[in-house]
Design a protein around this ligand. Sequence first.
Ligand code: KG4
Ligand code: ZN
Length: 338
Amino acid sequence: MLLLAIESSCDETAVAVVRDGRQILSNLIASQIDLHAVYGGVVPELASRRHLEVINPLVEEALSVAGVSAAELEGVVVTRGPGLVGALLVGVAFAKAYAYALDIPLIGVHHIEGHIQAIQLEKEVEYPFLAVAVSGGHTHLYRVDAIGEYRLLGRTVDDAAGEAFDKVAKMMGLGYPGGPVIDKLAASGDDGGIVFPRPMLQKKNCDFSFSGVKTAVLNYLQRLESKPDEKLIGQIATAFQIAVVDVITKKTLRAVEAEGLSRIVVAGGVACNSGLRKKFAELSIINNVETFFPSPILCADNAAMLAVAGDYYLSRGFTSPLDLNAVSNWPLEQLKYS
Ligand code: KG4
Ligand code: ZN
């Protein structure tokens, strides 16, 4: 099937054209980072307005880059949730209108299902596998038995990993989004001997907590007698990243063993993190498991990732009605297509 995919759950408007849920013909992203950076985070109302401005031309461009006409499209897939409801609604309303006008089926998919299945665009990963979804809103571990079959094993009880990166960067005046900045600062590996706590690491369950590390960084900054220089900022960022990566990788490996699985898929924006990628690669060899990461462009919010599940559902006859609504809060394990 030739699908048009639309993503607008947060601060990226993204449109892709994908064939058979595997072949990316175009995958465009209009980032709003500049718009929100001055506020230190995403302003929902501004995000919705910007989505509205760019969605139409971005769809035209995605078709043009793909070299296909609208008349050739066989379906529209859109992020239905979770996310900012006003932002989601722009994509959902556009997708409904487009599908109606072209008289082709529509399917609304789960944003995190998109992230988890993105890997299949680059490499066929056999089911079952363990997915670790690490983004601005999620740090969740799922057992994945098929497209549409997700069992929640554990999740963060407070901040998501990406949220912690963003908040810590903000505390240190490093700007938004914090993940990529901290990642860059941490590249030297010099933590200056600073050690931040690893919350929940001792607990046997699969849950995470990141607010404690964040507070530890805040306390560290508040105890300093003078403004930290560039070197110290780099060391704090490094120590923070090492702590977060340590918890995510070790708890994921424990879960994979407990579930008797041998494959891990790391998904979501935080999966771009070079420290996380490196540590998973090291521990995977020691633990005899395979770990898969999509390319960075497919880890961050994009629309091509939606087409894997979208194609699967549409080709099996599952469609969404034209009165489809966006959902801001939608647990992945409650997915049901019928
Ligand atoms: O998946 P995503 O693009 O959007 C959501 O669904 O939330 O994830 C965004 C999150 C942000 O918190 C951002 O700081 C984080 O991913 N992120 C990173 C890196 N690149 C993006 N975190 C750590 N290291 C990175 N290189
Ligand atoms: Zn995302």
